[in-house]
Design a binder for this molecule. Structure first.
Ligand code: NDP
Ligand code: X2W
Length: 311
């Protein structure tokens, strides 16, 4: 006999991240997505009533609204559904599990057992994926002065940024976060296991989705003075057997990389570009900010938490 389908409520299903999750869950066996009347989408009573009826709620809301939803779910006590929160509100909170399944061995099993999972930010997904295995393996010291540069498609800024770009009123390209306090720094620092706050410079360009995150390194300043290939080997060893994360030879790209190749997938590609004579390297992550950087990762976490097999 087949099991009852698991029910999911997407709080904020009309937003950029919510729509992406709804599309990915549509037609997935073993899952039913429950919705509320769009006119009541901001009504706490209607949202709480729906939460009491489902196995899992995904929060695709601004931080303050996500906090309100968590309070509504907590007030249900034993009837509270499991929660995946896509906002920044709980990414470094105690009692929440960080939803990057490839963080370390055994972390997917930790997510599978969790009732409160915080979905990572798009930029930290790339930065942590590059840095954490190299810090754990001792190639990069925890107090290394790390700089992270990144470029995102404009969908990363949600509905308002999408409207501005599509109306032609936004610049073709701009750096931002130049106050050095981007909201992703706490999770980047915590889950990369850096003791020194990294410098993080994001940017946004006139393309809808796709992302590159890069970390330049002076190899002579690292312990043991590794070669670029040593770093690539350590990353390949960490991600061996991973469904979504791959370490790709850098030589194939001709010294160039564009950000959109993984759009509409949950994939994350890592490369180590380097010149051993110059003793320099650049680690680069490529992902879809709306895929592995948001909705794709959320669906990966939902599957783990509801015990649903991969397609
Ligand atoms: N875009 C991205 O790449 C990523 C975004 N995120 C995070 O996901 C969350 C959602 O972002 P995103 O999808 O981009 O944002 P959007 O602005 O595209 O969508 C937000 C949605 O939330 C709804 N909403 C706002 N306030 C409330 C409320 N009080 N109750 C119920 N619904 C409400 C909005 O409705 P209305 O428009 O009618 O106000 C809208 O549908 C944010 O926390 C963001 O940080 C996470 C990863 C990546
Ligand atoms: C281009 C752009 O504005 N990007 C967003 C990040 C989008 C994202 O994935 O971050 P959250 O998951 O934390 O919302 C920003 O820099 O604030």
């Amino acid at each position: 006999m087949s099991q009852n389908p698991k029910s999911i409520f997407i709080d904020g299903e009309a937003g950029t991240t919510g729509l992406g999750i709804r599309d990915r869950l549509a037609g997935m066996p073993g899952v039913v997505v429950r919705s509320i009347d769009p006119e009541k989408r901001k009504d706490p009573v209607a949202r709480q009533e729906m939460m009491a009826q489902v196995d899992l709620v995904v929060l695709c809301l601004p931080d303050d609204a996500a906090k309100e939803s968590v309070a509504l779910a907590d007030a249900l006590g034993a009837k509270s559904p499991k929660i995946v929160d896509a906002s920044t509100a709980y990414r470094v909170a105690p009692d929440w599990v960080y939803g990057f399944a490839e963080l370390e061995h055994g972390h997917a099993a930790t997510i599978a057992k969790a009732t409160r999972v915080s979905n990572p930010g798009c930029y930290p997904t790339g930065g942590i994926a590059l840095l954490r295995p190299l810090i754990d393996a001792g190639f990069i010291p925890q107090d290394y002065p790390v700089t992270i540069n990144a470029v995102s498609g404009y969908s990363g800024g949600g509905k308002s940024m999408i409207e501005a770009y599509e109306a032609g009123t936004a610049p073709a390209f701009e750096l931002y976060g130049l106050g050095l306090k981007h909201k992703h720094l706490p999770e980047l620092q915590r889950y990369a296991r850096l003791s020194r706050r990294p410098i993080f410079i994001p940017s946004v360009g006139n393309f809808r989705q796709g992302m590159l995150v890069s970390v330049p390194l002076h190899l002579d300043t690292l312990p043991g003075k590794p070669k670029a290939a040593d770093l690539a080997d350590a990353l390949a060893e960490h991600y061996a057997g991973s469904t979504y994360v791959s370490v790709v030879p850098a030589a194939q790209t001709g010294g160039k990389l564009e950000p959109q190749a993984l759009n509409d997938t949950n994939k994350l590609e890592l490369r180590v570009f380097g010149d051993d004579d110059l003793r320099q390297a650049v680690l680069v992550a490529r992902l879809d900010n709306l895929g592995k950087g948001a909705s794709g990762a959320a669906v990966q976490n939902i599957r783990l938490m509801l015990g649903l097999a991969e397609k």
